[in-house]
Design a protein around this ligand. Structure first.
Ligand SMILES: C[S@@+](CC[C@H](N)C(=O)[O-])C[C@H]1O[C@@H](n2cnc3c(N)ncnc32)[C@H](O)[C@@H]1O
Length: 352
């Protein structure tokens, strides 16, 4: 049995998200800071997805072809399958996803490849997952491709898209926490404005929050999109960008507690590495990338001490080394998957 529905691992909170990669839903004019949650006009639920920075992830993460690897954000398994293709028969791959639909989609791979196991869990619960899977000695490589997936955005019933009407949900794990509608219908105006400002950098946050409160109860995505559109004029320099982009991003991040999940996930993932193991993180907007950069820097920089002091890494308090600089998609990938242009990959290696 290698499928783990895991009530013991699911805490009462929620999780996180980011975004995914499907060429077919990329609006022309979104900036690298913002993810388009338009999802395409009235699109049916889709299983399509294109993993971003695939060759860079496989190249930087896989140094030995055996040992334990972790895909902390399975999605539809694009990265996971490519990593498995590079690993030997005695390797293990542990997959996690907080979305029950992703876990269900992973069953096919569970059946096809005995090296692979899937857990319904958040990556902040990685330590418990590895315990439950009986992994000792840490992981050789861990990938976090943070955000939401194309199938999540493209399925209007998940409530992530401002183009296709659906219930205002936005939970990556619909079995946990409040839906976006439940929160918006009960939160104070100040709280809503703060979320829109902090997580969406939305300048019209107060006006939008006021109109949301006046229009309650809200139940659908288009209701929310219309309210925002009435408050935020379309950007004349960027007509392809829907005025509700920032609001949807902010609410999604809040509902899924994505910032907390990333903070805790980075710590747990790093702690779960074997010495010499690597952690690769793909993020999709600057707030997330900044968080990853700061954590990686803190792990890899010594506290200031007299120069040329003959001390070991462990004595200096350094536990990691950065593997190269941040990596962006190259032109060949951008040509086939323009969505990859907002992706940034950072890799770190545990040294003690
Ligand atoms: C960008 S997609 C990953 C795509 C995947 N790399 C692939 O190639 O198919 C992100 C996935 O991570 C999941 N996810 C987001 N935050 C998570 C978290 N904190 N813990 C576990 N899964 C998470 C989402 O549900 C989604 O399925």
């Amino acid at each position: 049995m290698r499928v783990f529905a895991q009530p013991p691992l699911v805490m009462s909170g929620q999780g996180h998200g980011c975004d995914y990669h499907a060429a077919n839903y990329l609006a022309q004019n979104i900036t690298s800071e913002e993810v388009d949650f338009g999802g395409g006009a009235a699109k049916a639920a889709s299983e399509e997805h294109i993993p971003v920075l695939l060759r860079e992830v496989v190249h930087s993460l896989i140094q030995a072809d055996s040992g334990t690897y972790v895909d902390g954000t399975y999605g539809r398994g694009g990265h996971c399958r490519s990593m498995l293709a590079r690993l030997a028969q005695d390797a293990k791959m542990i997959g996690l996803d907080r979305d029950p639909e992703a876990v269900s989609a992973a069953q096919e791979l569970v059946r096809a490849d005995s090296r692979f196991s899937i857990f319904h869990a958040r990556f902040s619960q990685l330590a418990d997952v590895l315990d439950q899977a009986g992994i000792v000695g840490g992981a050789q490589g861990i990938l976090l491709d943070i955000g939401v997936s194309s199938p999540q955005i493209d399925d209007a019933s998940r409530g992530f898209s401002f183009n296709a009407d659906g219930p205002l949900d936005m939970r990556m794990d619909p079995t946990q926490g409040l839906s976006a509608a439940e929160w918006l219908n009960t939160a104070g105006e100040e709280e809503i404005a703060k979320v829109l400002f902090v997580h969406g950098e939305e300048r019209a946050s107060r006006r939008i929050a006021k109109n949301i409160v006046a229009a309650r109860p809200l139940s659908t995505t288009l209701q929310l999109a219309d309210i925002v559109e009435a408050c935020v004029p379309r950007n004349r320099n960027n007509l392809g960008k829907h005025p509700a982009t920032k609001t949807f991003q902010a609410i999604r991040i809040f509902i899924n507690a994505e910032d907390r999940e990333l903070r805790e996930g980075l710590q747990h993932a790093f702690a779960a590495l074997a010495i010499g193991g690597r952690l690769a993180v793909i993020s999709f907007h600057s707030l997330e990338d900044r968080q990853v950069k700061h954590v990686f820097r803190a792990l890899s920089r010594p506290p200031s001490m007299p120069r040329r002091l003959p001390v070991r890494y462990s004595e200096q308090g350094i536990s990691a080394r950065l593997i190269g600089k941040s990596i962006k998609a190259q032109s060949d990938e951008l040509a086939t998957n323009p969505r990859a242009r907002s992706a940034t990959l950072r890799v770190i290696e545990r040294i003690c």
